[in-house]
Design a protein around this ligand. Structure first.
Ligand code: S3P
Length: 174
């Protein structure tokens, strides 16, 4: 399979813009857009918050790993992943081997402002700033290890999309 056919994967912390950017890229590149959080919710018939509440994070990660290992084999896709999928070693391996992986990198300040009043993300309940700082420091090495390309996602969606398209056309066109 040539690089161009591989799925385009977006990874990054909560609120880094994976869904917005993914939808836009899919439209421009005429690919199918897949949001793994959405698929998990459909499959489980529960919201992410309900899944965490009823069954815990471990169960959520199991479903997430399974969903990613399935959708990664679909042709012609842009896939937006959940922010914590890279905590599973197997998921990191699958993403890196089978996809073209872009890390939408954001800092604590941007995440804080984008998640103000957000009650859909169970892992940010309580002291949001402290939780973001802790999770980000644990996860940054994992995003780095998984990504083929690092994108500054503090920029506007238009700029981010343009940067990713530029990388794709420079590296994966005939
Ligand atoms: C999570 C991120 C969420 C969702 C779940 C857990 C995380 O996805 O998968 O709440 O562990 O970072 P988004 O990154 O789309 O918010």
């Amino acid at each position: 399979m040539s690089g161009l056919c591989k799925p385009i994967i977006l990874i990054g912390f909560m609120a880094s813009g994976k869904t917005t950017i993914g939808k836009s890229l899919a439209e421009i590149l005429n690919r199918n857009f897949i949001d793994t959080d959405e698929l998990i919710e459909e499959r489980e018939r529960l919201s992410i918050a309900e899944i965490f509440e009823r069954y815990g994070e471990g169960y959520f990660r199991d479903v997430e790993e399974k969903v990613i290992s399935e959708v990664i084999n679909e042709a012609n896709t842009v896939i937006a992943t959940g922010g914590g999928c890279i905590t599973r070693e197997n998921t990191r391996k699958i993403l890196r081997e089978k996809g073209i992986v872009f890390w939408l990198k954001v800092n604590t300040k941007t995440i804080l402002s984008r998640t103000n009043n957000d009650d859909t993300r169970p892992l940010l309940k309580g002291d949001r700033e402290r939780k973001i700082i802790t999770l980000l420091s644990q996860r940054e090495p994992l995003y780095r290890e998984t990504a083929h390309y690092i994108i500054d996602a503090s920029k506007t969606p238009e700029e981010i999309v343009a940067k990713i398209l530029e990388i794709i056309s420079e590296n994966f066109s005939n």
